[in-house]
Design a protein around this ligand. Structure first.
Ligand code: IMP
Length: 174
């Protein structure tokens, strides 16, 4: 069941605009690659890059974290690889939410293996209280408490991604 609104669309737009400005200020030479981690990144990535006027490339990676329910198990498997040649380029890894940090730390390793000049993490949300592996988030929208959220790309069992606001999901048993 959908619960309270955690972040309204207007706040999301402000966060995205702020992150875009911060990133563009730090742009190095050459065209960077924005790699979205599917599927949760879709709306965030497309909104973010349209706020940036400098040349850039977009690409996607998809991993699956085997486990059940609302937490990942720790085994991250590559489902769809990037196609861009990232060697010697700046990579911005765009994620919807960093929870335990397990997924992203593995994805960072997968990207680093292709010898980019840099890899920086851009995440809309972070749940620091749930962290098991420390990940360095270079650009962050907002920290949230340990609640399960859906909307603006975030899902539960593939549902709710299309909501404009970010809402809390209340488990059916409660
Ligand atoms: P981590 O490996 O535990 O950091 O999990 C990261 C992934 O779990 C995210 O990319 C999301 O797909 C998913 N996830 C974690 N927390 C939430 C949430 O509150 N709502 C929806 N998906 C979540």
């Amino acid at each position: 069941m959908l619960g309270r609104t955690v972040i309204e669309k207007t706040e999301i737009d402000e966060m995205v605009g702020r992150i875009a400005k911060e990133i563009e200020k730090d742009f190095g030479p050459g065209s960077p690659v924005f790699v979205g981690v599917l599927k949760g990144c879709v709306f965030f990535l497309t909104d973010l890059v349209r706020q940036i006027s400098s040349p850039l490339e977009i690409d996607f990676i998809q991993v699956s974290s085997y486990g059940s329910g609302t937490s990942s198990s720790g085994t991250v498997v590559l489902v769809k690889d990037i196609t861009a040649d990232v060697r010697g380029r700046d990579v911005y890894l765009v994620e919807d939410i960093v929870d335990t940090g397990i997924t992203l730390s593995d994805v960072v390793e997968m990207i680093r293996a292709r010898h980019p000049r840099s890899v920086r993490i851009v995440s809309l949300l972070s749940k620091p209280s749930r962290r098991k592996i420390d990940v360095d988030i270079a650009y962050l929208g907002a920290e949230i408490d340990d609640v399960f959220v859906v909307g603006y790309g975030l899902d539960h069992a593939e549902q709710y991604r299309n909501l404009s606001d970010i809402r809390e999901l209340i488990p059916e048993s409660e």
